[in-house]
Design a protein around this ligand. Sequence first.
Ligand SMILES: NC(=O)c1ccc[n+]([C@@H]2O[C@H](COP(=O)([O-])OP(=O)(O)OC[C@H]3O[C@@H](n4cnc5c(N)ncnc54)[C@H](O)[C@@H]3O)[C@@H](O)[C@H]2O)c1
Length: 263
Amino acid sequence: MSRFSDKVAIITGGASGIGKKTAEMFVEQGGKVLIGDIDEDAGKIVSLEIAKKFGKDSVSYIYLDVSNPEHCKSAVDFAISEFGSINCLLNSAIKMAPGMLKDLSLKDWNTMVNIGLTGTFLMTQAAGRWMIENKTPGSIVNMSSIGGRQPYGMSGAYSTVKAAVIMLAEHFGIEWGGHNVRVNSICAGHTETPLTAYLKDPEIKKGRSEVTPLQRVAQPIDIANGILFLFSEEADYITATAIDIDGGITKSVMNHMPGRKWK
Ligand SMILES: NC(=O)c1ccc[n+]([C@@H]2O[C@H](COP(=O)([O-])OP(=O)(O)OC[C@H]3O[C@@H](n4cnc5c(N)ncnc54)[C@H](O)[C@@H]3O)[C@@H](O)[C@H]2O)c1
């Protein structure tokens, strides 16, 4: 019996990076996955790759813009029609709109909020409603970030959204505890994905590795392992919380105080 046999996951932003790796590993470990993403080409390619390795019944793709409530509801309906159930949801979709708050346009602010926060709310509500109405225990994971814990340059909108999705998971988790629908967040550290293409610059990667207590940036598998743990029965008593998977960087600020030696 595989870890996720008979389990179905919807993964938003599943065409790339952390969502893609989680989709692959979920299916590898016996589950079925619906990839929802606005990037139709990449979504179909990832879906085909997974189907080739694990069989065409294990995966499907749907065009999904998480900021659109109708799309979110359709994604849930589609998962049910394809696979018959929903047990897990990963809210991974994001579109960056970096900038200093003083100069940030309302358009960029709204993009960040509509996809990162409202999209997370809409997908969680749509999937959770189905789980509750159908008495199906579930596990939902919001992708937050070290940015949701700490402010940093150009990240005023992103960090605000990532802090909010932590609270959103806490609220849903408390509200839905009696239905055995668990909702948690993961605060990921610097992870090499298409989103962080700047990590291809060896100087930036080296610098970020050196300030991380575990001395490296993360790979998507490091974050996917945590997501799959929260999806699994091993996490049956975990809800309404956030887990840092960041190589220790969030706790290391005092490490950088001049005059204090750690080594
Ligand atoms: N990579 C990192 O260093 C890092 C660190 C902390 C947190 N995170 C978070 O992890 C999550 C995944 O990040 P990633 O690095 O894998 O990013 P990524 O850019 O590789 O993937 C994001 C995916 O979201 C999709 N997307 C964008 N807008 C969408 C929409 N409206 N509806 C549906 N899909 C949409 C994109 O097409 C893309 O496939 C994000 O929430 C991000 O904030 C990433």
